[in-house]
Write a protein that binds this ligand. Sequence first.
Ligand code: 0T9
Length: 380
Amino acid sequence: GEAVPPAQKSSWASFLKSIASFSGDLSSMTAPPFILSPISLTEFPAYWCERPELFSAIADARSDEERSMLVLKWFISTLKGQYTSRNEKLGSEKKPLNPVLGELFYGYWPDINGRGQTNLVVEQVSHHPPITAYYIENKAKGIALQGHSAQKTSFSGGSIIVKQIGHAILTVNLPNGRKEEFLITLPKLRIDGLWYGSPYIELCDTSYIQSSTGWLSTIEYKGKGYFSGKSHSFKAVISRPGSSNAAHTYEGLWHLTSKDIKTGAIFTDVTSPKEEVSTYPIEEQDDWETRRLWRWVAKGIREGDFETASKEKGKIENEQRQRRKDEQAAGTQWELKHFEHIDSDPIYERLGKLLKANPPTEDTYVYKHNYHDHPPQATA
Ligand code: 0T9
């Protein structure tokens, strides 16, 4: 392959061989240096809010119908960041840093032009398998997104197939004192381009946004050679409560633009720059915060000093192993800081029924509302 440095060809080939003959937790597999990313998976939930004005605009809807349209518009507009930004930033999809249990990532998007400040709290709630929980809130606008993310991977036809496990719930406080909730399910993805060492993501199948008002968005994803023939194509249908007929239909490319097919009006346009999350300086962060924790590993990867990167990574892994051993010996368990695990999410159950979701129930991580705008002090 062209993107694979000559000296890493055989290690890339054996990496591909082992992913082909194995399914499960890819994150813990050792990959050749050229494919390593200096960014931890705990940073990924920030993709949900890189167009903060689309997030806050949801609060300004004047009807249930309009709110469902604005939620869909925001959701579609996050896809480019979620699924193509590593290609833009790092040259291809790369293997993210595998977060440790208890790893934390905090960030915010400042209050500009009356949109309100949005805060982000992320915690790695499981290491094996990797599960990341997040809470994103714009208090001034009364909007919050709570979710968790895990993956089941398999290998098929030369591609990695990633089924996303987990869901997100968007809650909007309405002017009448009630709350509207949206259950957001996550698309399946395929990682192509592996053979050439330049992986990229294509989305497949269908995902849903089910509102508690009954309005439903059904989003179908297609790649090259399907309905528009182009990669990153989608078609989304919004249907009214209790009806399967389309009230609105949108079509286009999720990484560029899309249109309302009836009126021809632009629906989404992500061709303008996005706004990356703001973080606090590393000097103010505590030892569990992503960018401080991985600082030397990330520096090694960025500067091509893989010896330092792997030495520093080894330190973190050893420390984690020791911690698990100590817990076992003491008969204690790691305690989550910002989230509480529950076996069954009542909101998923209630809204999932409306769209006949499979599975009918899912576990979740409930945010404890115990973070206040500034990183807390170091924990033991
Ligand atoms: C939630 C997102 C998720 C996380 C990543 C599959 C993947 C880990 C999970 C699903 C975000 O909202 C959206 C985007 C990208 C997903 C990652 C892409 C990826 O390759 C990794 C997996 C674990 C690998 O690192 C596979 C090996 C690698 C060599 C291929 C590039």
